[in-house]
Design a protein around this ligand. Structure first.
Ligand code: ADP
Length: 479
């Protein structure tokens, strides 16, 4: 089975969020399960030096982007058993950030065209092309509409995974000729037309054989007006080919027994290291070092999606009503960054805000806390709550998408559960849930210990999800 996995980012080379984690860990697991899966990425100039040394030049050719003939270099690297191809063009990928450039349509349009042309040139014709999110969503469209005349490509099946339906890649229809050179024959409702624009994601959904999303709950949610971001109609129409497969987390990287980013290691059987990590974290963040004060952490993009408006709304009420510490690590919208800086200045020994992207500190926040806050308004899957569970830090989450599928709500009568959840997306519901969690922490240490052990023993590895993807591939190639 040969798979080409296309994404706009993948750890450890380039990562801005969950897609980067998935694009690294899923192929790695599939290789272990015997699949010849290769990953194709843009060659951004932010490529870390330590990988540059091992990169090989494969070949180069030119790609026609509208009327322009553009250089396209293919580089390659093998890491953890996976072959990576990097598509090089300095004009497109030597930029200060991965996304948010004026010409993103052309950058990822070029990337998509280059992927299609590369397969024949490097002589890797996969059984399935698996694309991810809007950046590569035009690949299935191009294979059907533009490259169908290449005989070797005619049997290639197409899978798209939606990691976040909010970002769709919506542009003026003129790009069909000025970038893709396809003409307008795909510009209709069952193609790429979205109101008076072209929508990359819509094209990917319509032209793929299977659409997957990163949790079963999100697969249902995106077919409703509340979560579909305008594509619910398209998704309902394609409902028969949608499947939700929960993400895993990388068990090599996120292991409390070996994580090199932690000062002290621990396991479900011996939590003394966790307590030491808590003290180290309190110290590092300038909070009062005290094992008895519950510490709530949160790591994430500081945006509305992640529900930080609720945190912003209720922080002062929480700090004024309970003996608790809160620490937030993230970057994002200025409003939240500034609010959290303000709280940190006002309550220095009880509230900490680190406005940064810091992978080491993130691990320390997952490991050293008692509770992890993730009140996302919507959450396709979410990795942070799974990492915190593995480190015995009980999540407080809004019951949506992947959060609903991975956190078992605490049941006061049976003692079951791995976290604390709320249904209503409101500050009132969030605060009430934090209070419930604190009550268990303070008054029922035994119940708490049972939950922590249960949380740490759940399986969030990639093994089962990777098998589900393999089943999807097999269903398409009749293997
Ligand atoms: P999303 O992809 O929507 O941002 P996920 O929960 O799926 O959210 O994945 C977020 C990933 O990015 C996690 O691995 C998390 O630890 C990491 N992350 C987010 N913000 C930061 C930050 N400020 N510093 C370090 N890591 C971060």
């Amino acid at each position: 089975m040969k798979i080409l996995f296309a994404a706009s980012e993948a750890a450890p080379f380039f990562k801005t969020g969950g897609l980067g984690d998935v694009a690294y860990a899923l192929p790695k697991e599939l290789v272990k399960q015997g699949v010849d899966i290769r990953v194709v990425l843009p060659y951004y100039s932010t490529m870390p030096e330590k990988y540059k040394a091992d990169i090989e030049e494969v070949l180069h050719f030119r790609v026609q982007v509208g009327w322009k003939s553009m250089y396209c270099g293919i580089k390659s690297l093998k890491l953890d058993g996976v072959t990576y191809y990097f598509i090089d063009n300095q004009a497109y990928f030597n930029r200060p950030s991965l996304y948010g450039q004026m010409d993103d349509a052309e950058r990822f349009g070029f990337f998509s065209l280059a992927i299609c042309e590369m397969m024949e040139k490097i002589d890797f014709i996969p059984d399935v092309v698996h694309v991810n999110d809007w950046h590569t969503a035009m690949v299935p469209v191009l294979l059907v509409d533009k490259y169908h005349w290449i005989e070797a490509y005619q049997g290639i099946r197409k899978v798209i995974t939606i990691h976040n339906i909010r970002f769709q890649g919506v542009y003026d229809p003129s790009i069909l000729t000025s970038i893709f050179g396809t003409g307008m024959n795909i510009y209709h409702e069952a193609g790429v037309k979205y109101y008076e624009n072209v929508n990359f994601m819509k094209g990917g959904i319509n032209f793929s054989d299977v659409v997957t999303t990163v949790s079963p709950s999100y697969a249902n949610e995106i077919q409703t007006q509340e979560f579909g971001e305008g594509l619910e109609g398209t998704l309902q129409y394609n409902s028969w080919k949608i499947k939700g497969i929960i993400n895993g987390i990388d068990y090599d990287v996120n292991d409390p027994e070996t994580d090199p980013k932690l000062e002290y290691h621990f396991s479900a059987d011996d939590l003394t290291g966790k307590a030491k990590n808590k003290a180290a974290l309190q110290e590092r963040l300038g909070l009062e070092v005290n094992p008895d004060i519950p510490l709530i952490t949160s790591v994430g993009r500081l945006t509305d999606q992640k529900g930080y408006q609720l945190v912003q709304e209720k922080t002062e009420e929480l700090l004024n009503s309970r003996d608790v510490q809160v620490a937030i690590l993230g970057t994002g919208e200025a409003e939240y960054e500034n609010s959290f800086r303000y709280f940190a200045a006002k309550y220095p020994d009880r509230f900490a805000a680190v406005i940064d992207f810091d992978i080491s500190l993130a691990q320390q926040m997952y490991a050293g806390a008692d509770l992890f806050l993730m009140p996302s308004a919507f959450e396709p899957c979410g990795l942070s709550q799974m990492i915190s569970l593995r480190y015995g830090t009980l999540p407080i989450v809004h019951e949506t998408g992947g959060l609903k599928d991975t956190v078992v709500p605490y049941n006061a009568y049976t003692g079951e559960g791995t976290g604390f959840t709320f249904m209503d997306f409101s500050g009132y519901a969030l605060l009430g849930t934090i209070y419930r969690a604190l009550d268990v922490y303070e008054n029922q240490p035994k119940a708490w210990a049972v939950m922590v052990r249960e949380a740490m023993s759940r399986d969030f590895s990639w093994e089962e999800p990777a098998k589900d993807y393999l089943d999807v591939y097999r269903s398409l190639v009749n293997e």
